[in-house]
Write a protein that binds this ligand. Structure first.
Ligand code: ADP
Ligand code: MG
Length: 745
């Protein structure tokens, strides 16, 4: 076995452990996630440093990296610093125009002796390093040296003129070491040695080069164009493999027969439509027809419904559920939190009226039941709910993750609705779908507007519909940024709360944390620290907390006589329910809460929302939050209280949120500001770890191409029998995914 340390390149198969090429350094590579020789090839440089300028000594510029070709004129022996005891060797080199000083520092005498030996007068070579200024003259400290007597001068000059790959390194392993180890694997590779997941015809059509060539160019480019071309090619490959997996999921689901649930005249749906107290918007009607058609097919529907908060998705979903119930099936509605699940159950029952009392005394002739299953439904209620789901008495079962448990069984699950889809992983969706005998239809919903390229990547296996118009009669929301350090503005803020309540409205006051002294805000604080560090801003006082703020407001003269309630994730479920009910009824018109009110909480009389420390929240989150107000006929107002310095990035973000209500525009803005990891959560990225170069925010066009190509390949060869390289790449992608999932658990 030969090692990277000065070894000649060895041929390795890509599956061989990294130890084969890295020897005793293997654990340091493994710490970077590099386990095999193949992993090493896929460990791409993060960036490329500019090639050094080959210059005359006379033309050196301090602080720039430079290379000079020169001859050693003289060198000192080993010098020991009297003060520090450190060893060094000094030398002068010349290129005929001027003299340049070199200094070499050494830990051990043997090392210093080595420098002394190399720096023999008359020897010519290439010296590369950053030009320093020391004792009034230019100097290179510990320059890289290539001697022309043992290396080809042209080759050495060539190398100095190339972009220098910079790898994501660790303290234990520097970029140069990674580069030389990669070289051991890369050196002997020939065209075709690395299996290419992109089929040859696709490559030809998209004018993508050979894979080994791309790997060579990305790891040791001759010039900038080289690595740019290579990155494009490798980026396409990432998009292609991901899209192929999504296309396969789609094809697989579509290939399994579903039970057709056509609309049954004279059933629940008709009865519901007759009682509907409002007219459906054009969008609701259109999407409704689309769903009705797809449910009537013997192929599983796989659709994502996007719609702003308040756009009326719930009604659309309920109508789809009723069509399925009419056709003899059950529907399950999966919500991300207990508050939301309970609220869904409540609002579905309210919308259905006596139609939700099927089989009960006083229920409508046609009718069904809505049952709720969450972690906090226990004892007799739980047993009843389980029974109703299993017997089919409940046509609609609403719940949280608790629905995924083994004990939950359905008589005839026909439709799965997932609310706030982005909070669930594909695994969870699939776990629920597996509870049906035949493949159930799937309707996923999200209120977070997702730009098309992200939707294609994250939900690439779903077709998308959008509800773009809000129901008529909505008065809209106005937003303002309020500087926290301006007492007059704050007084006006609480004054506004008082006025809104006097007019019959309700006020939310949202804080980042529950209490002032716990670790709840720890995540947020860490996030904030990172954001501030990015922005070069100093950290500041701790974020406001629910319990603290509630006490302050109870004592606040502007709010005298108003009941102030609290809502947060650590309350018992029945306390949460009570808090929300009291708020909805107006008994407690001011509710101080955490972001538990972020999604879906629906109190039509809520007209004002005050968000404290708004600068600590993300753009999409703020947009979601303010969607809680202005849901009725009275206009909503959102006050973004912020400690951000005017003109700072955080302030800009808030001004942007205040400036538009267009969720898609905000989502795009948000994406520009965030890093990829935040965009693709682990559970839905399809392996964000495998997306090394692809950026969904930037590579939309490329993703579209890859998606079209991948779909064509998968349609022609669903089992990928003729595309083993692609199948293997997908498998690797999924393995990476699982690993990441386990890491997080
Ligand atoms: P989403 O789930 O998209 O946030 P909901 O379905 O909860 O929105 O609808 C928000 C509110 O608007 C609910 O109170 C709902 O009853 C009402 N609503 C839905 N569709 C209409 C409509 N076409 N006209 C008037 N009100 C509607
Ligand atoms: Mg909703």
């Amino acid at each position: 076995m030969r090692y990277a340390d000065g070894a000649a390149p060895v041929r390795t198969t890509l599956d061989e452990p990294v130890a084969t090429v890295a020897g005793r350094l293997a654990p340091k590579f493994e710490a970077l996630g590099i386990r095999t020789a193949g992993d090493l090839l896929r460990y791409y440089p993060r960036r490329y440093a500019d090639p050094s300028r080959l210059t005359d000594i006379a033309g050196l510029v301090v602080d720039e990296k430079a290379s000079v070709v020169a001859e050693v004129r003289s060198a000192s022996g080993v010098i020991r610093s009297p003060s520090s005891g450190k060893l060094r060797v000094e030398a002068q080199v010349t290129d005929g125009t001027s003299v340049l000083h070199l200094a070499f520092f050494a830990q051990r005498t043997s090392m210093a002796k080595g420098f002394e030996h190399q720096l023999r007068p008359g020897r010519r070579g290439l010296f590369t390093g950053k030009v320093g200024w020391f004792k009034g003259r230019a100097q290179l400290a510990n320059p890289e040296m290539v001697w022309f007597d043992d290396d080809d001068p042209d080759a050495a000059l060539d190398k100095a003129a190339r972009p220098l790959p910079v790898y994501p390194a660790s303290a234990a392993l520097d970029s140069a070491k990674i580069a030389s180890t990669v070289e051991v694997v890369l050196g002997p590779l020939r065209t075709g040695d690395v299996p290419d997941p992109v089929p040859a015809d696709v490559r030809a059509a998209r004018e993508l080069g050979d894979l080994v060539d791309a790997l060579r160019r990305v790891h040791r480019p001759q010039d900038e164009r080289d690595w740019r071309v290579a990155r494009h090619r490798l980026r396409y490959e990432e998009a292609f493999v991901l899209q192929a997996e999504l296309a396969r999921r789609r094809a697989r689901a579509a290939g399994q027969p579903a039970v057709a649930r056509p609309r049954v005249p004279g059933g629940l749906l008709d009865a519901f439509d007759e009682r509907l107290p409002f007219t459906l918007t054009a969008g609701q009607r259109e999407v409704g027809d689309q769903l009705a058609d797809e449910l009537a097919q013997p192929v599983p529907m796989q659709r994502l419904l996007q719609g702003e908060v308040g756009s009326g998705k719930t009604v659309v979903a309920l109508r789809a559920m009723l069509q399925v119930v009419d056709a003899g099936g059950q529907a399950a509605l999966l919500a991300p939190t207990e508050v939301l699940a309970a609220q869904h159950a409540r609002s579905l029952r309210a919308l259905l009226g006596d139609l939700a009392e099927g089989g009960l005394l006083g229920g409508a002739d046609v009718g069904t039941q809505v049952c709720l299953l969450t972690g906090s439904v226990t004892g007799a209620a739980r047993r009843q709910a389980l029974l109703d789901a299993a017997s089919g008495a409940a046509g609609i079962v609403v719940g949280t993750h608790a629905l995924l448990e083994k004990t939950v069984q359905f008589a005839e699950l026909g439709l799965v609705v997932v609310d706030e889809q982005h909070r669930f992983g594909v695994e969870q969706r699939d776990a629920l779908r597996a509870k049906a005998a035949a493949q159930p239809h799937l309707l996923a919903m999200t209120a977070t507007p997702i730009p098309r390229t992200v939707a294609m990547t994250v939900f690439g296996d779903l077709e998308t519909s959008v509800l773009s118009e809000l129901p008529a009669g909505r008065a809209g929301i106005t937003s303002f940024v309020v500087p926290a350090d301006r007492p007059a503005w704050m007084a006006r803020t609480w004054g506004r709360v008082r006025e809104e309540v006097a007019r019959g409205g309700r006020a939310y006051v949202v804080c980042p944390r529950i209490t002032g002294d716990d670790s709840d805000g720890a995540d947020l604080l860490a996030q904030e620290a990172a954001t501030l560090a990015d922005a070069g801003e100093a950290p500041r006082r701790p974020p406001r907390a629910v319990l603290e703020v509630a006490d302050e407001l109870r004592a606040h003269p502007d709010l005298a006589g108003l009941e102030v309630g609290v809502l947060h994730g650590r309350m018992a479920p029945e306390d949460k329910d009570r808090a929300l009910a009291d708020f909805a009824s107006g008994t407690v018109p001011v509710l101080v809460s955490t972001t538990v009110v972020e999604v879906g909480v629906d109190v039509p009389d809520a007209t004002v929302m005050v968000i404290l420390d708004a600068d600590l929240f993300g753009v999409s989150q703020l947009h979601q939050l303010r969607g809680r107000v202005g849901r009725g006929t009275a206009p909503g107002v959102c006050l973004l209280v912020s400690g951000a310095r005017p003109g700072s990035p955080a302030d800009e973000r808030l001004q942007h949120v205040a400036g538009t209500l267009d969720g898609f525009e905000l989502a795009a803005f948000d994406l520009e500001q965030r890093r990829e990891g935040d965009v693709l959560g682990a559970s839905q990225s399809g392996g964000s770890s495998s997306l090394r170069l692809l950026r969904v925010t930037r590579d939309g066009e490329l993703i579209e191409q890859a998606r079209a190509d991948a779909r064509a390949v998968v349609e022609g060869d669903p089992e990928l029998a003729a595309h083993p390289e692609l199948a293997a790449a997908i498998e690797q992608l999924l393995a990476g995914d699982r690993e990441e999932f386990l890491d997080r658990a």
